[in-house]
Design a protein around this ligand. Structure first.
Ligand code: PLP
Length: 378
């Protein structure tokens, strides 16, 4: 993604409307519109809206593109990653059985318990276990407080009521120490399929597939910057069972024609990017920002790598020596201004604002630096 992103036209129906002007340094955050699509993605999605298209053909094409890009056997587009989780659980519960698919979320009394490590029970705007319940599954939390959490996982998976395992790869996960590959091996030894939620991990797909998980769920609209979409990749039979849900609960979470076509364009764009060069660019961008912030008296910044291995750093900004009250006040001042500057707030208690610069233009970064300087000087 170029460092100097040209300003995009305002949608005509929004012109003159009293909407908040934003600089989003809070990452791929759904309540702020998640990401910025490129012109090519936008043009493809817009063109799709002007045509009748056979959705099955689009899905087949997208499945082939996902397989070619990721190396997975098969792929399917869903409305979003949350839908992908629900439809993966549904696939575990019903396979390709049309009657069972039509009956969900009623599972007819068949085993429906899905294991989830307690530390993976993330809340990304809603509790992830609700995605399991939406399909008719019942989440079972495996505690990780004891000496042998993987042993506990094994015991839970070997109990005969469990239909599968949901693992999450995210910086939101509370116990990142758990080895995903080991958990997958344990589940497979117990004869249970595994789905990994890697929603914001599109740069790490090979590592997630390498765990041996049956299905991996990714967001299209996060770093890939497609229209609202998700996708599920993995074993052919499992992906087919996900697609089969389109005639069941998947109807309420369908992938639209414009999303599938926009995702195809986003995949083509991603395949033209050199990952090492992209990563270097993000590192340089963040380092330059950190250096500028450190020249402002009273605040301090540091570049910190993504905790789960996404290939870019974020800027941690602290007021004074990381004073929580002062950092909170700074965060509020940034938010209250025009444009409203949003940062990640999950470390405010430790006196840290976290800024993600990936989608921001040079001009926006200049504005952030200026506003930080203004906010330090009372
Ligand atoms: C963002 C996110 C989701 C949801 O993704 P959507 O595509 O917006 O539905 C699910 N899980 C995790 C860990 C996420 O970060």
């Amino acid at each position: 993604m170029p460092h100097d992103i040209p300003p995009a036209a305002v949608p005509p129906v929004l012109a003159g409307q009293p909407l908040t002007r934003l600089i989003n340094a809070a990452g791929t955050f759904t309540p702020l519109g998640v990401s910025r699509s490129s012109n090519a993605v936008g043009e493809n999605a817009a063109a799709a809206l002007r045509h009748f298209l056979v959705i099955d053909e689009l899905q087949d094409m997208a499945g082939a593109a996902l397989a070619a890009w990721t190396g997975a056997d098969a792929g399917a587009v869903t409305h979003c990653a949350a839908a992908g989780i629900t439809l993966s659980v549904a696939a575990f519960l019903t396979g390709n059985d049309p009657d069972r698919i039509a009956a969900l979320p009623d599972t007819g009394g068949r085993p429906n318990r899905i294991a989830l490590l307690a530390g993976h029970a993330v809340n990304y705007g809603h509790p992830i276990e609700q995605d399991i319940r939406l399909a008719g599954g019942e989440p079972v939390f495996v505690t990780q407080d004891g000496a042998d959490p993987l042993g506990e996982l094994e015991a839970t998976l070997r109990s005969d009521t469990i239909a599968g395992l949901l693992l999450v790869s995210s910086r939101l996960v509370r116990s990142p120490g758990e080895d995903l590959s080991a958990a997958v091996r344990i589940a497979h030894a117990a004869g249970k399929p595994v789905v990994i939620d890697g929603a914001a991990q599109d740069w790490r797909i090979p590592a997630l597939l390498d765990t041996g998980a049956d299905l991996v769920v990714i967001s299209g609209h996060k770093y890939l910057a497609s229209p609202t979409a998700g996708f599920v990749i993995g074993a052919r039979a499992m992906v087919a069972a996900v697609r089969a849900q389109e005639k069941g609960i998947g109807r309420a979470m369908k992938a639209s024609k414009e999303a599938i076509v926009g995702l195809l364009a986003a995949i083509a764009e991603r395949r033209s990017v050199d990952p090492a060069a992209w990563s270097d660019e993000q590192t340089r961008k963040t380092a330059a920002f950190v250096q500028r912030v450190n020249s402002i008296a009273g605040i301090r910044a540091e570049a910190i790598d993504d905790p789960v291995g996404m290939p870019f750093p974020r800027a941690h900004v602290m007021v004074g020596n990381g004073d929580p009250a002062a950092t909170r006040a700074m965060c509020a001042a940034l938010k209250a201004g025009d444009p409203s500057i949003r940062v990640m707030e999950h470390q405010l208690d430790q006196g840290v604002m976290v800024l993600e610069l990936v989608p921001l233009s040079r001009t926006e970064i200049d504005t952030i630096v200026e506003r930080l300087a203004e906010a330090v000087m009372p």
